[in-house]
Ligand binder design. Structure first.
Ligand code: FES
Length: 325
């Protein structure tokens, strides 16, 4: 991935909690091309790892992806921010940031000409990669529909741009409005399992969509998703012990930390990438104990075997796990 020095060239409030940041090359040069679903890894001063923010484009042609004059990010201020969103919301026009990318872990496949509309589904700030996909599909003349859901209507960002882009293809949903609240089961029942689904949002939305789609006969290769957050504690999470058999260490993983975070804080150097249980890079072999699988990478059979675990997100059902690390 390339390292880029970018200058904040514009900032706009898109909702009470979401602001957009327009970024230009500090050198004034054109920016590297990106594909819909791509993100930037932003270096946050004082934090050891980067934060990912998806690239948006509302440019009316494919040039917005091929030769962007600027990048556009949407950032939600998180209540429990560990520093990333607070830093991004503290930036002013003229400030400089360092990023890596663009990188795409959520690519949009090239639809066949006669294919039924691609179904895009976004929850909250998950709209950012989905908006880029909508724009790319529109620019390519491919049919799409977008279901965009938030806690309330005023929490939805980029609505004017999306409406201008999609017209009747845009469906807005608000949790606090029974008339428009997104009903994933009803939505899926009205679609055909041959339609590609692209969803970005919170874990509950993604889990409901995967489950609902599987039940209705969707092939796995037509369900595409990206979580917009890394692992979050779930109510009832408990601390557990992890023994690293090769290193001879035994560590405690508290309820509010992942195995990966504990390993890093102890000076270990585990492999990882997405930190969302999607990429598979952090897979570890389980020698003893029962994993509590929370990832989207392992198959159902692999999860049932209990022999592997994604240490960036999964936890333990037993009081102790022994890993081959
Ligand atoms: S880092 Fe990607 S699955 Fe754990």
């Amino acid at each position: 991935m390339q390292k880029l020095e970018l200058t904040v060239s514009a900032i706009r409030a898109e909702s009470p909690l979401i602001r957009s940041l327009q970024l230009c090359a500090a050198s004034g040069d054109p920016l590297p091309a990106f594909s819909p679903g791509s993100h930037l890894q932003v270096h946050i001063p004082g934090l050891s790892d980067t934060r990912n923010y998806s690239l948006i484009s509302f440019e009316p042609s494919e040039r917005g992806f091929e030769a962007p004059q600027h990048y556009l990010l949407g950032v939600r201020l998180e209540e429990s921010s560990s520093g990333g969103s607070r830093f991004m919301h503290g930036l002013a026009v003229g400030d400089r940031i360092t990023v890596l990318g663009p990188k795409n872990d959520f690519p949009l496949h090239a639809p066949e000409p006669a294919e039924a509309p691609i179904v895009l589904i976004a929850g909250g700030i998950g709209i950012t990669p989905i908006a880029a996909m909508a724009n790319a599909l529109q620019a390519a003349g491919r049919p799409w529909v977008l279901h965009y859901s938030g806690r309330s209507r005023d929490q939805l960002a980029f609505v004017a741009e999306l409406a201008a882009l999609g017209g009747a293809a845009l469906h807005l949903h608000a949790d606090d409005d029974p008339a428009s609240r997104l009903d994933i089961g009803a939505l899926l029942s009205a679609l055909a399992p041959s339609q590609h689904l692209y969803v970005c949002g919170p874990k509950g939305m993604i889990d409901a969509l995967i489950e609902g789609a599987k039940t209705r006969g969707w092939p796995a290769d037509r369900i595409h998703f990206e979580l917009f957050t890394t692992a979050k504690p779930v109510s009832g999470d408990q601390a557990f012990e992890v023994e690293l058999r090769q290193s001879g260490k035994t560590l405690t993983v508290p309820a509010n930390k992942t195995i990966l975070e504990v390993l890093e804080s102890e000076g270990c150097d585990p492999m990882y990438d997405c930190k969302r249980g999607e990429c598979g890079v952090c897979t570890a072999t389980v020698l003893e104990g029962t994993p509590d699988h929370r990832d989207y990478f392992l198959s159902e059979a692999e999860k049932a075997s209990g022999k592997m675990i994604q240490i960036c997100i999964s936890r333990a059902k037993s009081a102790r796990l022994v890993l081959d690390l």
